[in-house]
Design a protein around this ligand. Sequence first.
Ligand code: ATP
Ligand code: MG
Length: 252
Amino acid sequence: MARPTPLLVVEDLHVSVSDREILRGVDLVIAEGETHVLLGPNGGGKTTLLNTIVGLPGYRVTRGRILFKGVDLAGLDIDERARMGIGVAFQRPPAVRGIKLRQLIEVAADGRFDEAMLADLVGELSLENMIDRDVNMGFSGGEMKRSEMAQLLAQAPDLTLFDEPESGVDLDNIAVVGAAMTKLLKAERAGMTKRAGLIVTHTGHILEYVNADVGHVLYSGRLACRGNPRDLIAEIARHGYDKCVECAICQM
Ligand SMILES: Nc1ncnc2c1ncn2[C@@H]1O[C@H](COP(=O)(O)OP(=O)(O)OP(=O)(O)O)[C@@H](O)[C@H]1O
Ligand SMILES: [Mg+2]
């Protein structure tokens, strides 16, 4: 069987933030149609990796490279990367004063927007209370995550990075967020790129709602372990991150 086409290739990535090296040689390949999970201790650099892929300012690549659809992302701005098909649900989404959620969804949809699409999103994600408010201004934790999902569904990226999508979300809303993630990841269009994703999680609760193929552990600035996501989470819960690196289930 032919191997799936790589969508994202991260090679020997070193990243510094405020002159401190956070990532020290990350290698990662996500193929079309795959969903990967990223685990790792607090402060280990998971958000740093996602924000670097997205192209947020302040994350300095000092060595290595990131290829998306075969194109080296070095020098490309965040909006160019978004247009190429990279989307992100931030761990802590910023509030945007003066921009209504409705307007942001319209911009994210980039020409595919119509009122029926907006009505569907409002219904699916219960946005009635948010759609005409400034983005994330005073939104509760769960409301912010639903607002992020609405923007992503409008954008319809080929690769979506989810940074702790279940954090601060109640049990009812995890199902709603999970359904939106599955829709984002599984939507298939004839002849187009198959969608892929990278999900950062600590608890793995979101994996009750979203299928994932591979898990990685980011430890000491590198991807130190690779395996079945659920097995990795169980192993970490039993033995902690220090032992995970030398665990028996690692497939690296
Ligand atoms: N702007 C910044 N200035 C200084 N240090 C920073 C900055 N941004 C991130 N860092 C540091 O980089 C390290 C990695 O942070 P990052 O947010 O990537 O970790 P994480 O793995 O996502 O952690 P968590 O699980 O807590 O979300 C942390 O020590 C953090 O304090
Ligand atoms: Mg983080």
